[in-house]
Design a protein around this ligand. Structure first.
Ligand code: 1GP
Length: 297
């Protein structure tokens, strides 16, 4: 039945076309069903946002978070077990998994092991589009906004977009900013992009503001894994004051006191990898320091 065939008045008591009324309702249901099917196939269900929502809610409540970074190249099954146990006992909020250069091919196994042993969410922190695993909870969809390398701003994203979409992961657009950490790091070398000079707080501030206005959902400032010098509290404070989205800070953080001061300066989430690889028992101290920052609601 086409729309043009529907009688002008289809109320059963007034309508002489009783059978047409029945047909109209049936036809309408069929059209509704067809329309919904069309919408679902043309416009898939909204992207998952559960983890991002948790970031936003924690930020609103003034709660600081701690992520342990696991580089799949640097851990075996036994080490993962140890990290998961320590992290679970210490109230770690997230695992980040990835690295600027991942050589091994056990990313999936690494994440599956974490997921089967604890309920801490796993976010991919990929150095390249090959570091995608459907077993993770979310993907930090990084655009290197501090650099001028078009491949890391948009090029690799275009190539991997269909694959990323198909993964079913929660995708979190993240403005990634590499800050000079006192010596070349893997990320500064591999990205082929100049890091923001450590004392140029205004450049960092403007870059983060631009990232937010371009639609990034997180800003991640990173001095690079194993950086000699972590990002200064002055730079963190400057950036934090000028953006409303959550701010992640990582690179070269080796002591609980520094993690604490970064949070006081405005960081919402602290990432530590290298120092924990060397001494996994730091997890508890750093976690306590981060979670002790007073809630400022
Ligand atoms: C690196 O921010 C992370 O991308 C963590 O750095 O390994 O130095 O803790 P570290």
């Amino acid at each position: 039945m086409a729309w043009a065939d529907i009688p002008a008045c289809s109320h059963s008591k007034l309508n002489p076309y009783l059978s047409a009324d029945y047909e109209f309702k049936g036809g309408f249901r069929l059209l509704t069903k067809t329309f919904l099917h069309f919408c679902r196939s043309t416009y898939p269900l909204p992207m998952k946002q559960a983890l991002y929502q948790s970031f936003i809610e924690k930020k609103k409540a003034g709660q600081k978070s701690f992520a342990v970074l696991i580089d799949p190249d640097k851990v075996d099954a036994e080490k993962i077990d140890q990290l998961v146990t320590l992290a679970s006992d210490s109230g770690v909020d997230y695992f980040f998994v990835g690295g600027s250069l991942v050589i091994s091919s056990h990313l999936d196994e690494c994440i599956r092991q974490i997921k089967t042993s604890c309920s801490i969410p796993v976010l991919l922190f990929p150095g390249s589009p090959s570091q995608i695993s459907k077993y993770a909870d979310a993907l930090l969809y990084l655009s290197l906004i501090s650099g001028r390398n078009p491949e890391l701003l948009i090029g690799q994203h275009v190539i991997s977009a269909p694959f990323v979409k198909k993964s079913g992961l929660e995708i979190i657009p993240t403005g990634y900013m590499v800050v000079d950490g006192g010596a070349p790091t893997t990320v500064s070398y591999i990205s082929n992009a100049t890091p923001i000079p450590a004392d140029k707080n205004d450049i960092a501030m403007c870059t983060a503001m631009a990232g937010e206005m371009l639609g990034m959902k997180l800003i991640y400032m990173d001095a690079g894994s194993g950086a000699k010098k972590a990002i200064s509290e002055q730079m963190i404070e400057k950036v934090a004051k000028h953006i409303d989205i959550p701010l992640i800070i990582g690179g070269g953080i080796t002591e609980p006191e520094k993690a604490y001061r970064n949070c006081k300066a405005g960081a919402d989430l602290i990432v530590v990898g290298n120092a924990i690889e060397k001494d996994p028992h730091l997890i508890k101290e750093i976690s306590n320091a981060i979670h002790s920052v007073a809630v400022n609601v």
